[in-house]
Design a protein around this ligand. Structure first.
Ligand code: PEP
Ligand code: MG
Length: 577
């Protein structure tokens, strides 16, 4: 028996034979072709692109049950590269004008494309670069005949590779993949997104395993411990089988309760909603029992377009989200650009401290037409009357006063008579400290704990060197949350949490004890959070949290909260937390 440590995408474990998936490196011949072969070479390029498209159509059919899933979108994005006019014309020119082979044209044009995109520091575009390499290798394999000779598992197996692309996954086929172990890989890749949405266990960064394992050896991916076990003992097999059965039972149980309301044992109802940035995430929220959308991030609607979206385009998407969520509410956040978020259609001025610069409401105030288009689209899309507006990064009373005036003006202009619910995100210390004032101008608060923690602790949320400061168990952060809730409740208004803290199970007893009314989170975690809320007692937690907030150290607070959680959750059901 041997064990290899890696990083596990989920806590899922699996047992099965392993399959070593390696690919031959394809050598490109850069010899020039004679003029009389150009025509034939151009036909080869076209037929390879057609052939690739036919394969993707089949992959999509084999791999996905739902037409709307994230996987379909990823396959569609891959197919779009094959039709990209710039790619086709450059590759054609390499063959026609420079007399290169089709292989050479595909390799150089797509590699140049990938490198260019890679140079732009945007995680979304990094993925695009990886998609282009995926297509490039696939085309080269089709051209060289490697595609049909590639060895793939013929029975359900744990696939072990250096790295995989989405196309590899599609080629192997869902039914023969029990789990995946990679020597490299990242959790942000398209492969990981697909694997996650299909519930396949994945282990990455498992160093130098390929040379130490043979196909067909019995193996285990232990998701809880984040390791690959080769040739396990009977004792370990029995133990993992027990865990797999327990997890399946828990998954089944969570599915059953996902549609329930999240009511504490002593009767306090908490709204559990989802955070979304696109229609897939909205669908996922509803599928997982989410009661509407507590934070619809609009930035992605702008990121994916070369120019600003029109009012009509915004209306269409807001209407779709609104319809999909009926009868629940959708909180649409106005554009939150600047700092860690940028869009190609609105280049931002370079600032020495972007997180403390012109971002969120400050930026939309500088571009009033952006805000007005959004609000007009929002009002025109609100036929179902379930949309609410939320404004990010507020720090001045004047900012919300100005928004209220814009909304009033547009309502008059459109002759819109119904009430509109407007809230703000509490993300700055100023908004939290002045929450007794802000609450008079709005209908609700939603606390953005990612930014609130960043600004209260003066610790960049994306800088790992200060991650020790960026903890929402910091007593200063928790005390501010308490103030915000007290001030909102005095005015009989509600407070939600839409930062990552709402997905952190250990923080749920604290948030419930503090009197939070709504939790909005990652759609996948909705059933688990509902389950946790249902185990708690609000009144007992109210007293407990008062004592907890007298502690000075975030680690002590976290430990106490963990113990509290364990007190409420029976041991057999703790496997997910
Ligand atoms: C937050 O700051 O907690 C939040 C939810 O907003 P974002 O993560 O989009 O900045
Ligand atoms: Mg924020």
């Amino acid at each position: 028996m041997e064990q290899f440590i890696g990083k596990s995408l989920s806590k899922k474990s699996v047992i099965g034979p392993c399959f070593i998936y390696t690919k031959k490196e394809i050598r490109i011949n850069d010899e020039k072709i004679p003029s009389e072969e150009v025509e034939q070479e151009l036909l080869k390029l076209q037929s390879t692109l057609d052939n690739a498209e036919t394969h993707y159509r089949r992959f999509t059919k084999d791999f996905v049950e739902e037409e709307t899933s994230e996987i379909c979108e990823i396959f569609n994005a891959l197919k779009m590269v094959l039709k990209d006019p710039k790619f086709i014309s450059k590759a054609t020119s390499e063959i026609q004008d420079n007399h290169h082979t089709t292989e050479y044209a595909v390799e150089t044009v797509l590699e140049e494309y990938a490198r260019m995109i890679e140079g732009i520091s945007d995680p979304y575009l990094q993925q695009r670069a990886s998609d282009i390499r995926d297509i490039k290798i696939f085309l080269l394999e089709l051209l060289s005949g490697e595609f049909s000779s590639q060895r793939i598992p013929k029975r359900p197996s744990i696939v072990i590779a250096n790295d995989l692309f989405v196309t590899d996954l599609a080629r192997i086929g869902r039914k023969n993949i029990l789990g995946i172990v990679l020597e490299n890989g990242t959790f942000t890749s398209h492969l990981s997104i697909v694997v996650k949405s299909m519930g396949i266990p994945l282990l990455i960064e498992c160093n130098a395993i390929l040379s130490q394992i043979q196909t067909d050896t019995l193996s285990i991916i232990d998701g809880e411990e984040g390791k690959l076990i080769i040739d396990p003992t009977q004792e370990i097999i029995d133990h993992i089988k027990e865990i797999i059965t327990r997890n399946l039972e828990m998954e089944e149980y969570l599915k059953q309760i996902s549609g329930d309301e999240a009511i504490t044992k002593d009767g306090r109802r908490i709204i559990v909603a989802g955070n979304a940035a696109n229609l897939d995430e909205v669908e996922n929220t509803i599928k997982n029992g989410g009661e509407g959308i507590g934070l619809f991030r609009t930035e992605l609607l702008y990121t994916e377009l070369p120019s600003l979206p029109t009012q009509e385009a915004l209306i269409r998407i807001f209407q779709k989200v609104s319809q999909k969520c009926q009868p629940y509410d959708v909180i649409i956040r106005t554009l939150d650009l600047g700092s860690d978020k940028s869009i190609p259609s609105l280049p931002l001025e370079k600032e020495p401290n972007p997180a403390l610069g012109v971002r969120g409401i400050r930026l939309t105030n500088d571009h009033p037409e952006l805000m007005e288009t959004m609000i007009r689209a929002f009002i025109l899309a609100n036929e179902e009357k379930n949309l609410k507006i939320m404004v990010p990064m507020i720090s001045l009373i004047e900012e919300i006063q100005a928004i209220n005036l814009i909304v009033m003006k547009i309502k008059e202009e459109l002759n819109y008579k119904d009430e509109l619910s407007i809230g703000i995100m509490i993300e700055t210390p100023s908004a939290a400290v002045l929450s007794d004032k802000f609450i008079r101008y709005v209908d609700f608060f939603s606390i953005g704990t990612n930014d609130l923690t960043q600004y209260v602790m003066a610790a960049d949320r994306i800088n790992p060197n200060v991650s020790i400061f960026h903890s929402h168990f910091q007593p200063s952060v928790l005390r501010l949350i308490r103030e915000v809730v007290i001030n909102a409740h005095k005015e009989k208004k509600w407070v939600g949490i839409c930062g990552e803290m709402a997905s952190n199970f250990t923080s749920i007893p604290i948030l419930i004890g503090l009197g939070i009314d709504e939790l909005s989170l990652n759609p996948e975690d909705i059933p688990k959070v509902k389950f946790v809320v249902k185990q708690l007692s609000y009144q007992e937690l109210q007293g407990w949290v008062e004592n907890l907030l007298t502690l000075e150290n975030p680690f002590d607070i976290q430990e106490q909260a963990r113990k509290k959680l364990d007190e409420y959750i029976e041991p057999s059901k703790r496997c997910f937390f």
